[in-house]
Ligand binder design. Structure first.
Ligand code: ADP
Ligand code: MG
Length: 140
């Protein structure tokens, strides 16, 4: 197994409900270390850039709007198989379909307000981490 890094975002629906600590506790309990973290508010062009792979999807406008609706916490998680492990902790995109005990099942409000983002491949992880963090910000 390889130690990996992945980008996680605690979305506005979750920061609004003060769930950052509870979500972070799940990462740490699962062996994912939070090696960089910043709270910020995305502007619309930044959200559009981050989610540009979804630009043609019908939900793109609502997705970008919801990501700008309040503060987000962007973070780098590090650990064995961090990308896949984080996706397992997150659960399915639609909270209604997510397995019991996952973050989205327990905290997600809807498919739009599903509390967390996580990179889905090593290539995307590298790119997404680089969008928010410089190497000097990441302290392993
Ligand atoms: P994931 O976040 O699980 O990787 P995607 O990358 O497919 O899912 O989609 C990005 C985000 O867009 C999702 O987390 C969700 O908030 C939103 N989304 C995805 N599919 C839909 C949909 N059919 N309707 C509304 N929002 C959606
Ligand atoms: Mg995705």
């Amino acid at each position: 197994m390889a130690v990996e890094r992945t980008l996680s975002i605690i979305k506005p629906d979750a920061t609004r409900r003060s769930l950052t600590g509870q979500i972070n506790a799940r990462f740490e309990a699962a062996g994912l270390r939070i090696v960089a973290q910043r709270r910020l508010r995305l502007m619309r062009p930044q959200a559009e850039r981050f989610y540009r792979v979804h630009a043609e999807r019908s939900f793109f406008g609502e997705l970008c709007e919801s990501m700008c609706a309040g503060p987000v916490v962007v973070q780098v998680l590090e650990g064995e198989n961090a990308i896949k492990r984080n996706r397992e902790l997150m659960g399915a995109t639609n909270p209604a379909n997510a397995a019991p005990g996952t973050i989205r099942k327990d905290f997600g409000e809807s498919i739009e307000a599903n509390s967390v983002h996580g990179s889905d491949s090593s290539e995307n992880a590298r790119e997404e981490i680089g969008y928010f963090f410089a190497e000097i910000d990441i302290v392993g």
